[in-house]
Design a protein. Structure first.
Length: 135
C-alpha cells in the first residue's frame, strides 16, 4: 500500500516508439517509465541526481525486477507510483513502483539502489537525511 507522504506520482503517455510488433509496450521500455517515477521521488525528497553529484555522491540502481500483469498500448496514459520501502539497515535502499492504467495495476517493479562515492566508486552508507524521512 502506498503512503502519500513517501510516494511520488507521475503521469506518462506511452510513446508509440516504445511499442513492439505485438502492439503493446515492449518489456524493455518499462524501465524508462519506472525511472521517471524514481526521478520524481528523489526530487520530492530533495535528492536530485544533480544535487547528489555536486556532493560527490551517486544513487545507482543495483538490481531491478519487474512483474507484468496486463498489456499497455501506445498513447495510453498511465500513472507511475514510486515509493521508498521503509529502511531497515545496511547499505541498500529499495523503491517500489506500480504502473496503473485506469486504476488497474498493469506492471510493478522493485529497484534496489546504493549510494556511491563518485571518486572512489565504492558504496557508502545511505544518507541520514533520507533514512530519517523513510523510517
Amino acid at each position: 500500500m502506498f503512503n502519500e507522504k513517501t510516494t511520488a506520482i507521475v503521469k506518462c503517455v506511452i510513446n508509440p516508439s516504445h511499442v513492439d510488433d505485438y502492439g503493446h509496450l515492449n518489456n524493455a521500455h518499462y524501465s524508462y517509465y519506472f525511472e521517471k517515477g524514481r526521478i520524481a521521488l528523489q526530487e520530492k525528497f530533495g535528492l536530485k541526481d544533480s544535487v547528489l553529484a555536486e556532493k560527490g555522491i551517486g544513487f545507482l540502481v543495483f538490481t531491478a525486477t519487474y512483474k507484468y500483469k496486463k498489456q499497455v498500448f501506445a498513447n495510453a496514459e498511465v500513472e507511475i507510483h514510486s515509493q521508498f520501502v521503509p529502511y531497515d539497515k545496511g547499505a541498500r535502499i529499495y523503491i517500489d513502483h506500480t504502473m496503473y492504467l485506469n486504476r488497474d495495476i498493469v506492471a510493478s517493479a522493485r529497484t534496489e539502489h546504493v549510494f556511491v562515492n563518485l571518486k572512489s566508486n565504492k558504496p557508502i552508507k545511505p544518507l541520514d537525511e533520507l533514512i530519517q524521512k523513510i523510517t
